[in-house]
Design a protein around this ligand. Structure first.
Ligand code: FES
Ligand code: FE2
Length: 393
């Protein structure tokens, strides 16, 4: 229900038109798309809520009873592993007086207990206990239907160990959401889609907090243009001219490299995808799947970066690297996994100042959405268009 509290509405038509022009004439999203809390709230409810947003990783709740509270732009959610090992997502709020249920990741012993008046819910969200609801010592009350007062579930899906949520409940089915990326990567990871990818919880998981709007992390990921200056180490073997664009309007954008060829020295090489074509062994693809998950597919690993929007000027980047099969996780491959983590940690760390500088630049009246290089910025504009067109009237 719209109760008139909204401070922000759809992007004005002239802004949308300017973003949808041919790239040489296009301008980008206005500064307030990055700096305004009102815009962020509108964007949360009209863009993020209406699609499949990455909320975390299945390893966050590895076993039954594991629970992880998260916030997406101030909206509290709760991810739980239920007794039959499914992942469930709920609004992290008690149905009694609206107390936030969990504050820290924890392992629950069979139920979720509200800290305020101790109502309890099963790991599937059903309301179970209502102590003293009918007065001291009376735990039931006639006419109160517990079955109608369970936790409010959020639609969720897990793919490649990544948890996605659809807050509005009416986004297109998840298989449709990822279909084009699946098709694109089928020649690399085959029909099984890396079904045997296993996250490296020993060395492959870490996080960064960036003082920036989540969209700038996407935009930075979409382009290889900054490589020579931001990633001199990476650029020494993977140069600007070794990259190509990835543009799939409405779905994902990014870049690919044709020179992925890590030198493991005398460390054990990691297992490869069986289906990976021999003539493309050095191909690697880096795609930002809209809205907020950055994927990197190489012949021997997949990484995912979940961009969790904390507020309009802060994002937590959660990284998870996965390798093929249990063998990749044994002692023999430990040094290689550690080396791969060190490499990516350096690269992703180098992007932090760049992304934070973009955020600071968005506070300048001397910037107005900027310009795009027709040769270099196509994937970035593709993302701007996706955002703008979803926020049109
Ligand atoms: S608000 Fe949760 S039990 Fe009262
Ligand atoms: Fe970068």
């Amino acid at each position: 229900m719209d109760v008139g509290l909204r401070h922000y509405g759809p992007l004005p038509a002239p802004v949308i038109d300017a973003i949808n022009r041919p790239i040489a004439e296009a301008t980008g999203l206005p500064n307030e798309a990055y700096t305004s809390p009102e815009f962020a709230r509108y964007e949360r409810d009209h863009l993020l809520a209406k699609t499949w947003v990455c909320a975390g990783f299945s390893t966050d709740v590895g076993t039954t009873g594991d629970a992880l509270p998260i916030e997406i732009m101030g909206q509290p959610l709760l991810i739980v592993r239920n007794p039959v090992s499914e992942i469930k997502v709920f609004h992290n709020v008690c149905r009694h007086r609206g107390q936030r249920l969990l504050r820290e990741p924890c392992h629950l012993k069979g139920s979720i207990r509200c800290p305020y008046h101790s109502w309890t819910y099963s790991l599937d969200g059903e309301l179970r206990g209502t102590p003293h609801i009918g007065g001291s010592g009376v735990h039931e009350v006639e006419g109160f239907d517990k079955s109608k007062t369970g936790l409010v579930a959020v639609r969720s899906e897990v793919w490649q160990g990544i948890i996605f949520v659809n807050l509005s409940g009416d986004a297109a089915p998840f298989p449709d959401h990822i279909d084009l990326l699946r098709q694109r990567w089928k020649p690399f990871w085959g029909t099984t889609e890396g079904a045997n990818l296993v996250p490296d919880t020993e060395h492959g998981c870490w996080e960064l907090t960036v003082q920036s709007n989540w969209k700038l992390a996407v935009e930075n990921y979409c382009e290889s243009y900054h490589l020579p200056w931001v990633h001199p180490g990476l650029n020494s073997y993977s140069r600007l001219e070794d990259h190509y664009h990835i543009v799939e309007h409405g779905h994902f954008a990014g870049q690919g490299s044709v020179v992925y060829n890590p030198d493991y020295g005398d460390r054990a090489p990691m297992p490869h995808f069986d289906a990976w074509p021999e003539d493309k062994l050095c191909h690697a693809e880096y795609a930002a799947m809209f809205p907020n998950v950055l994927l990197g597919l190489q012949r021997d690993h997949l990484f995912a970066i979940a961009l969790i929007p904390i507020n309009h000027e802060q994002t937590v980047e959660r990284i998870q690297i996965s390798y093929l099969g249990d063998a990749a996780h044994d002692e023999t491959h430990r040094d290689t996994r550690r080396a791969i983590r060190v490499t990516w940690q350096e690269v992703f760390g180098e992007d932090v100042w760049a992304v934070e500088g973009l955020q600071q630049g968005r506070h300048s009246p001397g910037f107005d959405g900027g310009t795009f290089s027709p040769a270099m910025d196509g994937p970035t504009l593709c993302f701007h268009q996706w955002v703008a067109n979803r926020l049109s009237a």
